[in-house]
Design a protein around this ligand. Structure first.
Ligand SMILES: C[S@@+](CC[C@H](N)C(=O)[O-])C[C@H]1O[C@@H](n2cnc3c(N)ncnc32)[C@H](O)[C@@H]1O
Length: 247
């Protein structure tokens, strides 16, 4: 059993697990928010880019897009999907870029992979110094006080001769600044079933705390977690899209 199999040994199955995610809608929505609130520039970096689906869309929208991730197997898949992009093996809590950028994104709650508040603060500082004036930082976040430990997402898919079942859910103890993402993968081939259980440690915080961390560096806008419509956060939902403009 590994704590991180999905992004290493099982990285070849990552896209299968995410087959239901509408990456196009996510990318398009963030492009619109960037046009509305940003500086009109077209240089982009995706943090924790995984296999590069968002980078692909941003290139197709005319951005000079790049990605970084901490797991090389994910970057290898991203490079295959986006041969024209540059990918780098870096930790998002202390990354550097060659030249200041117009847009930095972090999708699928991956900002929580900053393991602890200090690392999250370091990530915010890295983002701030990597952005141009009026550059935009967009990510989605879950509020620790709204996590329901009973809730999970389950998805099955057929691939080659096997049936895969993926399950994922948040877990928060109710105290402190740690939550985890629990993932399970079952691969059934004939009568044989192989199972993997991942548990990824992540930073836990409220939206209020995140706003407090960002406000010295950015004008912070919070939107409902809806990639079809742009609507201000209703102050109740536990998931939201943060759009932060460098000040
Ligand atoms: C849930 S996946 C999201 C991938 C992609 N953004 C997407 O939307 O499909 C999380 C990604 O975060 C990466 N990751 C985890 N910790 C990281 C860190 N500290 N710095 C950069 N990437 C990290 C993993 O390797 C993985 O590719």
């Amino acid at each position: 059993m590994s704590t991180n199999a999905l992004y290493t040994d099982l990285s070849g199955y990552y896209d299968l697990m995410c087959a239901d995610i509408n990456y196009e809608a996510q990318s398009y929505s963030i492009k619109r928010l960037h046009q509305l609130l940003g500086n009109d520039g077209k240089t982009h970096l995706d943090l924790a880019c995984g296999t590069g689906p968002h980078v692909r869309y941003f290139i197709d929208y005319g951005y000079k897009s790049s990605g970084l991730d901490i797991n090389q197997p994910m970057l290898d898949l991203a490079q295959g999907r986006c041969p024209e992009a540059t990918f780098s093996l870096q930790d998002m809590s202390q990354f550097v870029v060659d030249e200041p950028l117009d847009l930095i994104t972090c999708f699928l709650y991956s900002i929580h992979y900053n393991d602890g508040i200090e690392k999250l603060k370091a990530c915010i500082a890295s983002v701030h110094s990597a952005l141009k004036e009026n550059g935009v930082f967009c990510f989605n976040l879950v509020d620790k006080d709204k996590i329901d430990n009973r809730s999970f997402v389950r998805h099955s898919a057929q691939y080659e001769q096997s049936e895969f079942t993926f399950q994922s859910g948040w877990h928060y103890s109710g105290e402190g600044e740690r939550q985890s993402l629990k993932l399970s993968i079952d691969k059934k081939t004939g009568e044989e079933t192989l199972s993997w259980q991942d548990e990824h440690p992540m930073v836990a915080l409220t939206f209020e705390k995140m706003k407090e961390l960002l406000s010295p560096f950015f004008d912070v806008h919070i939107f409902e977690h809806d990639y079809e419509k742009i609507m201000p956060w209703d102050n109740k939902s536990g998931n939201a899209i943060f759009v932060c403009v460098k000040n």
